[in-house]
Design a protein around this ligand. Structure first.
Ligand code: L3W
Ligand code: SF4
Length: 441
């Protein structure tokens, strides 16, 4: 059984409220941290090996150490709660059931980074969660964990919740900052990174909800103990939101030593595939990461078991591996149509493109059109090569990673399931009978 650090108290009734959270030892990590120096906290975070849980897996301690500290210029912590990646709903779970874990993590992180005003930017569709967060913020403030002179240390910190307007692109950190500044959420060119020039051109750390929540157990048990959990550079625990063709969809905390097979089939996690169907493929890190067929999902190319961690999922590189990404684990059984699935994703990325870069703005639209044509049984063999060519022209040629995120699912689908694309071209009459409701796509 995986060790639980973040969700260990999630089942306790009333844990959303300060009184119950305190009874479970809540805010003792903050009390400990506020007696440490910011540099000592930073060392603990570095030692823990924590990697950003939003998708990129960038080392959190390294990001924090990049934060510029010019004299007299305020710095900010911004929590990215714009969880819009299809298949990803772990941050929603954390904020809904354990809001104080996030607030406590933000207090420790804000103290370490010197942020007196910190923000939670939350996706607009999570309409009921800002009230939960604001209630927790009010409770923390009334108890002296936020506001002025926190716990008599002289450190001041306010936390504000800002709702997004429902655009996926605002989960990209620089688009998020633009939106937080009240502008249209268009991504900025990097560098400069937010750590140097972020919110209102001030040094800013942008971290995912889960990353900041993980700061609490890191301080609690120490970075060295946290680093002992997991394997290699995949330290600590990771939240996985599991969905698709599985018996037990939900949010699971894993310690990154279990195999993909165990995660899908064991009763502790997904509980297998309904109706005894066979596994066809999986997208383990949210819709942006490459889809992997069952044979490569359960084993690597070298015949090693594939594990639920950053290194093992990527084993074999882009051609055969995939990515841990945001931990949005989407399972497809043998009845799922890969062309339809890829078309649905292409439609999503086209709709969500901000339109600044030509390869992304135009390419996502073209990919969607061609996929729809193939799915309807109107495609030609050349369309499959054209699709391949378009995704190649998008990848690496755009301002932000949305372009890559749109290209990778198409590339991986053609690479691993070209026969299905060809089947659609060769069997147009079957495509039309099998695909109902396509007009909506
Ligand atoms: C200072 C440097 N800071 C890098 C920072 C950078 C950022 C972090 C990671 O995209 C991925 C994307 C999605 N000095 C720095 C530096 N940083 N070098 O480190 O940066 P990066 O560019 O590797 O990634 P990113 O732009 O943050 C995130 C993938 O995640 N993804 C997305 C999921 C989306 C959600 C959601 O909806 N909320 O989870 C899933 O796989 O495709 O590749 O902070 O500033 N020299
Ligand atoms: Fe906008 Fe797409 Fe360019 Fe990102 S890659 S800046 S979403 S057009």
């Amino acid at each position: 059984m995986s060790k639980k650090l973040l969700l260990k108290d999630a089942h306790i009734e009333g844990i959303r409220y300060l009184e119950t959270y305190r009874k479970q030892g809540g805010y003792t990590a903050a009390e400990k941290a506020l007696k440490m120096t910011p540099d000592e906290i930073l060392e603990e975070v570095k030692t823990s090996g924590l990697r950003g849980r939003g998708g990129a897996g960038f080392p959190t301690g390294m990001k924090w150490s990049f934060l510029a500290k010019p004299e007299g210029v305020p710095r900010h912590l911004v929590v990215n709660a714009d969880e819009s990646e299809p298949g990803t709903f772990k941050d929603r779970y954390l904020m809904e059931f354990l809001p104080h874990l996030l607030i406590e993590g933000m207090l420790i992180s804000s103290y370490c980074l010197g942020s007196n005003v910190s923000y939670i930017y939350i996706r607009g569709e999570y309409s009921w969660i800002p009230d939960i967060l604001e209630e927790a913020i009010d409770e923390a403030k009334a108890a002296g964990f936020l506001g002025k002179n926190i716990l008599g240390t002289g450190f001041d910190c306010e936390i504000y919740v800002q709702r997004g307007g429902g655009a996926y692109i605002c989960g990209e950190e620089t688009a998020l900052l633009e939106s937080l500044e009240g502008k249209r959420g268009n991504p900025r060119l990097k560098p400069p990174f937010p750590a140097v020039k972020g919110l209102w051109e001030r040094p800013t750390v942008v971290n995912n909800v889960e990353s900041i929540a993980a700061i609490v157990p890191i301080i609690d048990i120490t970075g060295a103990e946290y680093a002992k959990i997991g394997v290699g550079r995949s330290t600590g625990t990771k939240l996985i939101s599991a969905c698709g063709n599985i018996n037990k969809p939900g949010v699971y905390e894993i310690d990154m030593t279990i195999t993909v097979e165990e995660f899908i089939y064991s009763d502790e996690y997904c509980g297998g595939i309904p109706n005894g169907k066979k596994l066809k493929a999986c997208i383990p890190g949210g819709s942006s990461v490459p889809i992997v067929p069952a044979n490569l999902l359960l084993k690597t190319v070298n015949g090693e078991p594939r594990y639920m961690n950053y290194e093992s999922l990527a084993d074999g590189g882009f051609a055969t591996g995939t990515m841990m990404g945001s931990g949005g684990f989407i399972v497809l059984d043998e009845d799922q149509c890969i062309v339809e699935h890829t078309m649905t994703l292409a439609r999503f990325y086209h709709h969500e493109s901000c339109g600044q870069c030509t390869p992304c703005r135009e390419g996502t639209g073209w990919m969607h059109k061609i996929l729809k044509k193939i799915e309807k049984g109107e495609g030609k063999m050349e369309d499959i090569d054209l699709l391949w060519d378009i995704q190649r022209k998008i990848e690496g040629n755009t301002i932000c990673p949305l372009g890559d995120a749109a290209a990778w699912p198409v590339a991986a689908a053609i690479r691993h399931f070209r026969d299905e694309f060809e089947w659609h071209v060769k069997n147009p009459e079957l495509c039309l009978t099998q695909n109902y409701g396509l007009a909506n796509y």
